[in-house]
Design a protein around this ligand. Structure first.
Ligand code: URA
Length: 242
């Protein structure tokens, strides 16, 4: 059972605040009866009408995509570029959870489940994201410690992270570095390295929590199974998140 305003918001019809207003104004019916009380509990079997419009009981779907380079993380693009949504063969309106840059590759979840999307994107969620970055130069121990403790990007300190040098190529003077973060600020990994004077040449998200890319070539995707979805909910339901 879920609160009525939350179900309306999660359906994508409107925001939770607007849904509350509509309920108070008597514009919401549950199984044909007007409901004025905020927080009325409903479930999947209930028919909900908002302003005469019946909310669709759409099944929730969850995809894990291995995003290729040169694809934008959005539902549409005014310049007509291909989006991550275009890569998934479905009629259901899905959207990406968080974002990967145009030139970043790797794991991204797409879903029509607004509740899970919000939980996963919450900065306090316990969902680790593992990135492999190819950077110019060799990073020393001191810099690694700086990154791990948190660095300032756009005036805000990043949360603790885990960083490990995997490889250094003397010929090209490049390093392969693994970095695990749970935040998702814009261009976070690139900006973290920039803040200590290094540039990221290539970036790939290898995993989101326990979801890795095994079996998925670039551009391929798969549906998550119910067990995986349950696990994601459990992981992202940090006590500090409402
Ligand atoms: N950090 C970045 O800098 N870019 C991404 O695409 C993801 C994380």
């Amino acid at each position: 059972m879920e609160r009525l305003q939350k179900v309306i918001a999660n359906s994508g019809y409107t925001s939770r605040r607007k849904a509350e207003e509509l309920i108070k104004e008597g514009k919401v019916k549950v199984n044909g009866e007007i409901v004025y009380e905020l927080g009325t509990k409903v479930d999947f079997s209930d028919t909900i009408q908002v302003d005469g419009y019946t909310l669709k009981k759409e099944n929730k779907v969850y995809y894990l995509l291995n995003k290729p380079r040169g694809i934008i993380t959005s539902t549409s693009d005014d310049k007509g570029r291909k989006t991550v949504v275009d890569l998934i063969n479905t009629n259901i309106r899905i959207y990406p959870v968080g974002r990967l840059d145009y030139d970043t590759t790797g794991a991204i979840i797409l879903t029509n489940d607004g509740q899970l999307a919000n939980l996963l994107m919450h900065p306090k969620s316990n969902v680790d994201k593992l990135y492999i970055a190819k950077i110019k130069g060799l990073i020393g121990k001191e810099q690694i410690i700086k990154l791990e403790k948190g660095v300032y990007i756009d005036g805000v300190k990043t949360a603790k992270s885990k960083v490990r040098i995997k490889k250094y190529d003397k010929k090209t003077d490049t390093s392969i570095v693994e970095i695990i973060i749970h935040e998702g600020k814009n261009h976070q990994v690139k900006k973290m390295f920039e803040s200590i004077g290094y540039s990221v040449l290539k970036l790939k998200r290898e995993s989101i929590a326990f979801l890795n890319l095994s079996g998925l070539k670039s551009g391929e995707y798969r549906l998550l199974n119910p067990k995986e979805v349950k696990k994601l909910y459990a992981l992202s339901k940090n006590p500090n998140i409402n």
